[in-house]
Design a protein around this ligand. Structure first.
Ligand code: NAP
Length: 322
């Protein structure tokens, strides 16, 4: 027995786009989020790369997306943390349509359950935090976790990048499109990033590596002004206009009680239409393995998954009537 046609877990751009489309296609759709609607939009100051909208505050776009989806009948359960996601009934594998559906059960911390044949996982994830003084205080005022989103705000400035993996080195290289200089600070003397990325970065005259450095503080007044770190036992300070932190990203894929295929980083693996390895479960946005984490791609993922979920639910209803 299902209460809904579709349950969506996560209320960022991917989940809200899925919710808008699913509700507008007359599917009985509920979206659940542990906090306020908006996801990472709520941690983004200014957005200027969403097509058709020259500039908008992240919080404003979140409100607009939520209102828009609700207008078409999306039911929203915000501030409702999810405890676990389970599948009841046969595990039929990834090929569909099938005549027998299993039921996806979303158990909330409150003890309630949301049940539907289709589930769209849009719970995103969080950047790994450095956890140093100033990081939280200057988030959106010089501290960033996304070079594509925020790099253009730092034209002509000197920047610090923290991390030694592929993301830090590649994004550091990308940031030199805007910055006059990029310092890459890494805690060890060896970089984890692939040699090809390191070679490219070393050949870039705007990049300087500061290895064996432990970041201690991000300092400033209204905005970031400096990064403080320790190197070889000495305390040092670099004046910078921004600090980009790339020390990993943790996708929120751990809610499933059943096995769902994921990569070594925990990102859920999907097919062309966002279908996961479990029939009737789609994954969209930052929680899935993909090239980039952008609002526009998240919205595209959500749209695709909603259409696929609609076809799936319709095929189940047709089969039940036959
Ligand atoms: P990652 O490979 O896990 O690297 C994280 C880096 O952050 C490591 O150098 C690590 O240092 C450092 N770090 C972790 N915690 C830290 C802390 N508390 N303080 C200071 N430094 C810390 O993460 P990623 O670079 O985000 O990449 C994630 C995945 O995406 C990887 O599989 C990567 O290959 C892939 N990726 C690929 C590309 C590409 O192919 N072009 C681009 C981006 C990402 P240690 O080295 O000392 O552990």
């Amino acid at each position: 027995m299902s209460d809904y046609d579709v349950v969506i877990v996560g209320g960022g751009p991917a989940g809200l786009a899925a919710g808008l489309y699913a509700a507008r296609m007359n599917l009985k759709t509920v979206l659940v989020d542990r906090g306020a609607l908006g996801g990472q939009l709520l941690n983004t100051e200014l957005i200027e790369d969403y097509p058709g909208i020259e500039t908008i505050l992240g919080s404003e776009l979140a409100t607009k997306m939520g209102d828009h989806a609700r207008k078409f009948g999306l039911l929203v359960r915000d501030f409702e943390p999810v405890k676990e996601i389970d599948v009841e009934g046969d595990q039929l594998g990834p090929s569909w349509p099938r005549s027998r559906a299993n039921t996806k059960v979303v158990r909330l911390e409150s003890g309630q359950e949301l049940r539907a044949p289709a589930l769209i996982m849009a719970a995103g994830g969080l950047p790994r935090y450095l956890d140093v003084p100033g990081e939280k205080a200057f988030w959106g005022r010089g501290v960033s976790y996304c070079a594509v989103c925020d790099g253009a705000f730092f034209k002509g400035q000197e920047l610090a990048v923290v991390g030694g993996g592929d993301a830090a080195v590649e994004e550091g290289d990308f940031l030199t499109r805007y910055a006059s200089k990029v310092y890459i600070l890494h805690r060890r003397h060896e970089l984890r990033a692939q040699p090809i990325l390191v070679d490219r970065a070393r050949a870039n005259p705007k990049i300087e590596f500061i290895l064996g450095s432990a970041v201690k503080e991000i300092a400033g007044d209204e905005k970031v002004k400096a990064i403080r770190y320790e190197q070889g036992g000495s305390a040092r300070e670099l004046p910078v206009g921004g600090v980009f932190i790339f020390i990993g990203f943790v996708p929120n894929s751990g809610l499933f009680k059943v096995h769902i295929d994921h990569d070594e980083g925990g990102y859920i693996i999907t097919g062309r239409d966002m279908q996961t390895s479990v029939e009737g479960i789609w994954a969209v946005g930052d929680v899935r393995a993909q090239l980039t984490k952008q609002i526009a791609t998240a919205v595209g993922d959500g749209t695709t998954a909603a259409v696929a979920a609609s076809l799936y639910v319709t095929s189940l209803k047709d089969a039940a009537r036959a």
